[in-house]
Design a protein around this ligand. Sequence first.
Ligand SMILES: [Ca+2]
Ligand SMILES: [Ca+2]
Ligand SMILES: [Ca+2]
Ligand SMILES: [Ca+2]
Length: 347
Amino acid sequence: MNTKDQSMTRTPRRVTFESLCAIIKAARWVAALGLLATAVPALAQRPLPFAAAANYATGAQPRSLAAGDFNADGRPDLAVANIGNTNVSILLGNANGTFQAAVNYATGVSPISVAVGDFNADGKPDLAVANESTNDVSILLGNANGTFQAAVNYAAGVSPASVAVGDFNADGRSDLAVANWRSSNVSVLLGNASGTFQAAVDYAAGTQPYSVAVGDFNADGRSDLAVANIGSANVSILLGDVKGPFLPAVNYATGVQPRSIAVGDFNADGRPDLATANWSSGNVSILLGNANGTFMTAVAYTVGTEPYSVAMGDFNADGRPDLAAANSRTNNVSVLLNTTPKPVVSP
Ligand SMILES: [Ca+2]
Ligand SMILES: [Ca+2]
Ligand SMILES: [Ca+2]
Ligand SMILES: [Ca+2]
């Protein structure tokens, strides 16, 4: 069901992305680490300050990573979920941009997604890891020195694929949203002050949700969810509600098999928008957000073959968020530079 509000009279500026397909070899699952560096030569006309990729060993089949300062030295570190092992790798960052050898911590089976949050409110970042085979989430509380306590596991739905952190009941404590692809729902686990979590409450999504992101789409100060559904080729929007914490999902069509979703204000109107990487249709869908939490019809931008992941960053430093898609079939990265005009200041 697409409930795009046709009565909206405001006409958002149209995003006109300039597609640049960088045909460069890149490793498949380490794309998120190395992709930006490998894209430099094809973008020579827009100089980008990246050196060649440096590679660091992890566990088997690293599938997801997140950054945080785990040892409180002011330098970002990395957490990597290794789906081929039952662990996460922690790589502490050095002052010169290199990383120390990985230290591994046990999780549930088939860790597929990792997110950073402070779940016990001690100022030290913790980890939430979604485990595809054990249908749960592992919480690893962080110590001050960059080590982590043993994982505590909380049940989620069937075959979690993605975990995101937000404060969904507005109590100041971090909560979790987990997209479960085999049960076609989202598990919401509310956080307690101690870093423990309440039992999951499940909300229906589309078919086979594979990626979840957090934003405030209707500008009411409450966190909302955007979920990419690979089986139904759409995104589910779950608006946060004081009674909820979420209202039932409203779905918007995307390309085929959206496997990854990112939130950003791509047209600079102050409202969050969505980007999905569509694995089967080889494109990225952009859905511009309206003021009331609805979204406009998706516009597709062609990328490489079988894009699996999309990430946002300002790659040409013009103040506009750009997009990078990791193409799992063509072993390359597509960079979409945002060409939204600078805002005109009204008199
Ligand atoms: Ca903590
Ligand atoms: Ca909370
Ligand atoms: Ca909201
Ligand atoms: Ca926007």
